[in-house]
Design a protein around this ligand. Structure first.
Ligand code: SAH
Ligand code: CA
Length: 213
């Protein structure tokens, strides 16, 4: 969902860092070969993730929801030299695709791929995090937050994607719509939790920044 007019969207993208060639290729191949390519972050949001990661300069990143690896590569751009990005996806069919692009990106020795349910994998990761990107199944956002909050380094950053859910968060709620219901609860929870300082940015489909106090 795009909240800006096409003309403004184009202007914004034209005045943003250009998309690296490898990520253009990853986007093209995702569109050709993978289901639901709209889930990929893409040029503008990818550059947002990259600059936020560079500003944070994280030693350890956790990504929940790798998909074809686009956002992982953007986030890896900001890692400290000896930093590590852990990325989890439940869909094992994506593993080879991700691996191929991580290798081409030059970050493969700094990226650890996990295949499985993030709810099972996060508890076995024996590390703290400086930056977390939550971008998997929406009904579990709140559970992911609960699993990571105790493992965040002070001053760390939690990014949560698609929090405006195509604008459905301000429309009348359909009882069967579990995603919107979950995101409404999640957005409220972030706002109220005293352990984080939260700003919801209306970027693309909504990207929340929560700084851990
Ligand atoms: N971060 C990617 C897009 C992620 S799309 C980008 O910006 O390019 C969401 C992904 O979450 C999908 O690939 C899906 O397989 C994964 N996912 C869904 N439920 C999950 C779960 N319980 N554990 C881990 N990954 C999950
Ligand atoms: Ca997303």
């Amino acid at each position: 969902m795009h909240f800006l007019s096409d003309a403004l969207e184009k202007y914004v993208t034209e005045h943003t860092e250009k998309e690296p060639e490898l990520l253009k290729e990853l986007d093209r191949e995702t569109n050709l070969k993978v289901l639901r390519p709209r889930m990929l972050s893409g040029h503008f949001q990818g550059r947002v993730l990259s600059i936020l990661s560079k500003l944070t300069s994280p030693k350890t990143i956790l990504e929940i929801g790798t998909y074809t690896g686009y956002s992982a590569i953007c986030l890896a751009e900001g890692l400290k030299k000896d930093g590590l990005l852990h990325t989890i996806d439940i869909n094992e069919e994506l593993q080879d695709f991700q691996k191929k692009y991580f290798e081409k990106s030059g970050y493969s020795n700094q990226i650890k791929q996990y295949t499985g349910d993030a709810l099972d994998i996060i508890p076995i990761l024996e590390t703290n995090f400086d930056l977390v990107f939550i971008d998997a199944d929406k009904p579990n956002y709140s559970a992911y937050f609960d699993l990571i909050i105790g493992k965040m380094n002070s001053g760390g950053l939690i990014l949560s994607d698609n929090v405006l859910w195509s604008g459905k968060v301000v429309e009348p709620l359909d009882d069967k719509d579990k995603n919107t219901e979950a995101l409404l609860d999640y957005n409220k929870k972030l706002k109220e939790d005293p352990r984080v300082e939260t700003v919801l940015l209306p970027i693309r489909d909504g990207l929340t920044m929560s700084r851990v106090i």
